[in-house]
Design a protein around this ligand. Structure first.
Ligand code: HEM
Length: 165
């Protein structure tokens, strides 16, 4: 890229991001979008239920943290499983639109404030999401793709936590 182009793209980025530093580079955004396309071809709620099944295996203490319980038949659990996946979908679509993304995540974090989530709770949800992606995507879940998803979920976590301050 020429230095003029680089300067233009830098000022465009600062217009879009304001004070925010982009969390992902273009290549990472592309890796995430490619893999999410495959996830979206399936049933998002069923995938969300796999996430929660995994979550309750790796972090059994979370089973009692949901007012609707941890039974996969529970309507509340099914709705929450879909809600989490839809949030990830919104994040994927807005990775290059941080103003919209940040506000949505701040609001969602604020909504979760009464549930008193800790870093560890969030990290466990992230681990369950990444595990489910790895299981579903197989070879396509390359180390680079995994890192990109780790950064994307890290941003979701960080911003929700900020919203619940
Ligand atoms: C251990 C972690 C979490 C707990 C204990 C938790 C708990 C809850 C509870 C109790 C509700 C309200 C459900 C209802 O009104 O019936 C809720 C709603 C919701 N949660 Fe979570 N949550 C967690 C993590 C997350 C994460 C990481 C995301 C997103 C990535 C998320 C996305 C949502 C969404 C989209 C809703 C619906 C919000 C609305 O009704 O406007 N949750 N959560």
């Amino acid at each position: 890229m020429s230095s003029l182009l680089r300067r233009i793209s830098k000022s465009l980025a600062s217009l879009i991001w304001g004070d925010e530093e982009p969390v992902l580079d273009d290549n990472q955004i592309q890796l995430i979008r490619n893999s999410w396309e495959k996830v979206e071809k399936g049933d998002l709620q069923e995938t969300g239920l796999v996430v929660f099944k995994r979550l309750f295996e790796i972090a059994p203490y979370l089973r009692d943290r949901f007012p609707f319980g941890h039974n996969p038949e529970s309507k509340g659990l099914r709705t929450h499983a879909l809600g989490v996946m839809e949030t990830v979908g919104v994040a994927v679509k807005n990775l290059d639109n941080p103003v919209i993304l940040k506000n949505k995540l701040l609001e969602l974090g604020q909504f979760h404030k009464p549930f008193g989530l800790t870093d560890t709770d969030y990290q466990n949800v992230g681990a369950a999401i990444l595990w489910t992606l790895a299981a579903g995507l197989g070879e396509d879940f390359t180390p680079e793709t995994k890192d990109a998803w780790g950064a994307a979920y890290g941003y979701i976590q960080k911003t929700m936590e900020e919203g619940s301050q």
